[in-house]
Design a protein around this ligand. Structure first.
Ligand code: ADP
Ligand code: MG
Length: 695
């Protein structure tokens, strides 16, 4: 396999554009891509035609405006290129207008009431900053999705807006440092994607996985992840074939799949791409998730992207490595080596610290979902409390800056920002704190709370916007400064002083941290029902409006969509549980009990055998267990009926979190306890042991 040749072979990238487009058109398109210049329809026509010819060569017959509605996954509607001719034949045709705008019949996507029924139409608009590509005979055109009145209905548009806000403010800062060469600042993301692979047959035999993406029942198997023998372990042949296939598919689509390894839990794995611009990373991560599932089919496997497919073993996350970069390739979170670079680094670092401290609520809710509630705070992922890890060295530097005392490291002097050079900061990975939700890792931050099934857009809209907002405030202050270096120094010192409660280097999983965080006044929003409503807090609406990311109405409707989604997921889970309990487990246990009774009868009628203590004990236990199971299932049904009476999305979500989930938990215990004592042949679906060690 020639990887360089394969890489991006299905993508209409810069190279292809340059090859296929007339020079002037190419230059004009680049202006749109790199500087957001408006695209002339005459240019669009030429681009569309070239794109179509190229796509047809690659076997495409259709095109689709590929968009990201509020469902968190992508949507597509395919139109063929065919246009009838007078002689009853067809030609392959694709116009600039078709490239630039689309009008899917999109009335059934969640909009939280933004689209009134009289204007059900949604529009899609080409996002030229993310390359078009060919997949399965279709030309995919990444697009934004909005309503007739211009209200945003998707995840891509606000992400682009948040990037624009960040660009604007970061450039102001760079100019203050005398940087005149950078034309653009964009945020970068590299997302480490965790996933589970199980045998397809196991999937097919489990209604819960089919309907909800996770197991709702399942006793702990004799072996889980306690031996830690899976993490970075040798990859099994079948999985290895899968990963190879996956890499190839992703490379074709220009996705820089780089690292792959086994994760902590049995049958858990990870794929990390090389980082890229956030918008592209977000599009590509959607493709990664989709391709993971598709390729699994080909290998008789099933890919689980749920945050917590199995109780008792680790769930899956998506570490969101984030930084800011200029178009000239300068990473703004790289400490650098000269005093000016160091000063600039410290300013951007301070901005992130302040942003996280001021907007813990937003970061927390950007990763809140029914699925991720199982991870956050469960000692396998960061807690629900947001804090920042900087590492010992950097914290010492900050402390000495703040107190104006000598830095205890190598230089041993009092540092003045913008004048002195920072001591060398360690970049190695040994110093990493893997329990921190928001950790500085040498030249980027790693936001570790993101769930494995999340769109990258949500969390990054938040990170971009909150950092942009602080940079705005910093730029306002510094632009007025008379002595820049002194003002910079004071700004950083003030910022550290005012926001240091968010810094935490210790073990985030410990109980002491919960106590300590409370003393520091940090937020601890335990679940999605508690976290999501904060989206529409006054502070947040003002923040989004100030930065041109969301309107108040968009925030309110989105809050509703997220809360409703949470309740819908839990409804499906509860219904599935009840059904499995009543239709599968209950009758299966009864069958086993009947068989046991038969045995007792037979044994007793045989003259020589009178001792049936084991059977009798089992019969009693199973019989009691099954009664409890049935009662719990009925209790759950009753609660679900009650949910129908609750209208307000916030109240409903809280009802699920506080009333429904505890009963689901109890119902599960009834089943899991019986699974442990029931004969294998009666248990109605594969056990954890079967599933986890099936590949
Ligand atoms: P680890 O598992 O130790 O966190 P990985 O190598 O698996 O490390 O993942 C690190 C991720 O961070 C990769 O996706 C990498 O491309 C990404 N990354 C590196 N530099 C940056 C940056 N400047 N901005 C965003 N992401 C980055
Ligand atoms: Mg990581």
């Amino acid at each position: 396999m020639n990887v360089p040749e394969l890489f991006g072979s299905s993508v209409f990238n810069r190279q292809v554009m340059q090859d296929k487009l007339p020079r002037e058109i190419y230059k004009s398109l680049l202006k749109t891509i790199d500087e957001g210049a408006p695209l002339d329809m005459s240019v669009a026509n030429v681009v569309a035609n070239a794109m179509k010819d190229w796509a047809v060569e690659k076997g495409a017959t259709h095109f689709t405006h590929w968009f990201q509605p509020m469902t968190g996954i992508t949507a597509e509607k395919h139109d063929s290129f065919i246009t009838p001719t007078k002689d009853g034949k067809v030609i392959m045709d694709f116009s600039g207008k078709e490239l630039v705008v689309g009008e899917p019949d999109a009335s059934s996507f969640p909009s939280g009431g933004v689209r009134a029924t009289f204007e059900a139409r949604g529009y899609t608009a080409w996002d030229p900053t993310s390359f078009a590509f060919v997949k399965d005979g279709t030309l995919y055109i990444p697009t934004a999705f909005f309503s007739y009145s211009g209200e945003v209905l998707d995840k891509k548009t606000p992400l682009l807006k948040s990037m624009a806000a960040l660009n604007k403010q970061a450039l102001r800062i760079l100019r203050l440092f005398g940087n005149t060469s950078a034309k653009q600042v964009y945020s970068t993301v590299g997302a480490e994607q965790e996933y589970f692979l199980i045998d397809k047959k196991m999937y097919e035999a489990r209604k819960d996985i089919i309907f909800t993406g996770r197991t709702l029942f399942g006793a702990k198997p004799p072996k889980g992840q306690e031996l830690e023998d899976h993490y970075f372990g040798a990859i099994k042949t079948r999985v290895s074939a899968y990963m190879k296939d996956l890499d190839e598919e992703l490379w074709k689509m220009g996705i820089l799949a780089k690292t792959k390894h086994n994760e902590v839990a049995p049958c858990q794995h990870e794929l990390a791409p090389v980082f890229t611009s956030t918008n592209v990373a977000s599009d590509q991560n959607q493709l990664v998730m989709e391709t993971m599932k598709k390729v699994a089919e080909r290998h008789g496997l099933y890919c689980l992207l749920h945050e917590k497919p199995f109780a008792g073993i680790n769930g899956s996350g998506k570490h969101n490595n984030w930084s800011m970069s200029t178009d000239t390739g300068l990473n703004l979170l790289d400490p650098g080596s000269t005093p000016a670079e160091n000063g600039q680094f410290m300013l951007f670092l301070a901005a992130v610290i302040k942003a996280v401290n001021l907007h813990q609520d937003l970061l927390r809710l950007s990763v809140a979902s029914a699925g991720n509630d199982h991870r956050l705070g469960a000692n396998e992922a960061p807690p629900a409390i947001v804090s920042v890890f900087l590492g010992e060295e950097l914290e010492q530097v900050l402390e000495s800056l703040e107190k104006g005392v000598k830095y205890s490291g190598k230089g041993k002097k009092t540092m003045k920002l913008g004048v002195d050079t920072l001591p060398e900061l360690p970049k190695d990975t040994t110093d990493r704190n893997r329990t921190s939700p928001f950790a500085f890792t040498g030249n980027k931050f790693e936001f570790r709370m993101v769930g494995s099934s999340f769109s990258l857009a949500g969390p990054n809209i938040i990170v971009n916007t909150i950092v942009a907002d602080v940079l705005k405030e910093f730029a306002d202050r510094l632009e007025k400064a008379i002595d820049f270096n002194t003002a910079l120094h004071d700004l950083v010192v003030d910022t550290i002083r005012e926001n240091k409660r968010i810094l935490f280097n210790g073990n985030n999983y410990s109980a002491q941290w919960q106590e300590e965080a409370k003393k520091r006044g940090l937020l601890n929003l335990k679940n999605a029902a508690e976290a999501l409503p904060h989206f529409a807090d006054k502070k947040n609406i003002e923040l989004f409006e100030r930065n041109g990311v969301f309107t108040a109405r968009e925030v309110e409707t989105r809050t509703d969509i997220l809360l409703e989604n949470y309740s819908k997921i839990l409804t499906i889970e509860a219904l599935t549980m009840s059904e499995m309990a009543k239709k599968d487990i209950f009758p299966a246990i009864n069958e086993y009990i009947t068989a046991l009774c038969e045995t007792v009868k037979d044994k007793k009628s045989a003259v020589s055998v009178i001792n049936c203590a084991g059977e009798e004990k089992l019969i009693r236990k199973l019989s009691d267990g099954n009664e409890s199971l049935f009662a719990k299932a009925e209790e759950l049904d009753e609660l679900l009926l009650q949910t129908k009476e609750i209208d307000a999305s916030e109240k409903l979500a809280v009802f699920f979190a506080e009333k429904v989930i505890p009963v689901m938990r109890e119902l599960r215990i009834c089943a899991d306890d019986m699974e442990l004592i029931a004969a294998k042949k009666y248990w109605p679906f594969p056990t954890y042991g079967d599933i986890l060690f099936s590949v």
